[in-house]
Design a protein around this ligand. Structure first.
Ligand code: DGY
Length: 325
């Protein structure tokens, strides 16, 4: 008998085909998030779930899933999963690191360049017919080249962001709980500094730390006040790392120059204050959203699930303790 799995949201055909070879698949291809109750009902007889960051996998849900062995998230971030609750029930949890690093780094750079050169702001003006001709002091932006880049969170994606800075002749500072290996620092030409120093010295601050209670509102009013008035803040990681209300105030009163955001508190119901501001580039959580990367993420999650359900160790297992007897 094949193990039963649930795919909670729409995926690609090849993902479903692959899963069907190994599993009995129940899938929600309508692409709307299942309510917690429906999710629990559909998981009651399942051994595996291929889910996304819009599914909350918490202990109340797990209580109702007695057969579950693997929660395979289609994302590298897994703050939607209560990992300790999974571990306590010997349920494996996995994510999709690696396959999305470059696409997410590209999007962080898109936001940096877009915010620095005011691309979405001036695009709106062009569309509104407000462009009446060339002027010397028109819509002046900020140079990215030769500026100081500060990366908060130097994991794989942070490093991919730093690699791209070489082409812009930037000075690269980073802050991470743990310093990365000296060899990596050398290759990236990046120097570890305290968060405080980074906030005070960087022209561009890119946030790439995972969201957790420890990083909740890592950037709030106090941290924004430490930044240069010309600083540009990029959040390409998770909503909640930034206090959105504090950021809106800082963008409105000139504490910092601009921001580029792919993620928000309470997505998709972002704080309406952002919509009033010209100096923020807004993207709808598309960091990893390229055709190739999203296909790779879905397939990675499916493989993690199949490996787990056929007695193996999923390559991207988050909680190895769940397998200990
Ligand atoms: C991730 O992988 O964590 C992304 O945010 C999903 O798009």
């Amino acid at each position: 008998m094949k193990p039963k799995v649930l795919v909670t949201r729409e995926v690609f055909d090849e993902t479903l085909q692959y899963l069907t070879v190994h599993c009995e698949v129940d899938s929600n291809q309508e692409d709307t998030a299942l309510t917690p109750n429906v999710l629990a009902q559909r998981l009651a007889d399942k051994e595996g779930v291929i889910c996304s960051l819009t599914d909350r996998i918490d202990s109340a849900l797990l209580e109702r899933c007695p057969k579950l062995k693997i929660v395979a998230n289609i994302a590298v971030g897994y703050n939607n999963i209560d990992v300790p609750a999974c571990t306590a029930r010997r349920i494996m949890a996995s994510n999709t690191p690696g396959v999305l690093d470059d696409s997410t780094a590209d999007l962080a750079w898109t936001l940096m360049l877009g915010a620095a050169r005011r691309v979405t702001e001036v695009e709106r003006k062009v569309r509104n017919g407000e462009w009446t001709g060339w002027r010397l002091k028109q819509w002046l932006g900020t140079d990215v080249h030769h500026a100081t880049l500060g990366i908060v969170g130097m994991g794989r994606i942070g490093q991919a962001i730093a690699r791209r800075a070489a082409g812009f002749d930037m000075r690269v500072l980073y802050h991470n709980r743990k310093r990365v290996a000296e060899e990596i620092e050398r290759k990236l030409n990046a120097s570890w500094v305290s968060l405080d120093q980074l906030l005070r010295e960087a022209d561009f601050i890119v946030l790439q730390v995972p969201y957790s209670p420890a990083t909740h509102h890592l950037i709030g009013a106090d941290e924004l006040a430490k930044m240069k008035p010309g600083a540009i803040l990029i959040n390409s990681t998770r909503g909640g790392v930034v206090d959105d209300a504090a950021l809106i105030a800082a963008l409105g009163n000139g504490t910092i120059r601009a921001a580029g955001l792919d993620v928000f508190e309470n997505e998709p119901n972002l704080n309406p204050g952002f919509l009033e501001l010209d100096n923020v580039v807004l993207a709808p959580h598309i960091g990893s959203s390229t055709e190739a990367t999203r296909r790779a993420m879905a397939m990675t999650a499916a493989k993690n699930a199949v490996v787990a359900l056929t007695g193996g160790i999923p390559p991207n297992l988050i909680n190895p303790e769940a397998r200990k007897s």
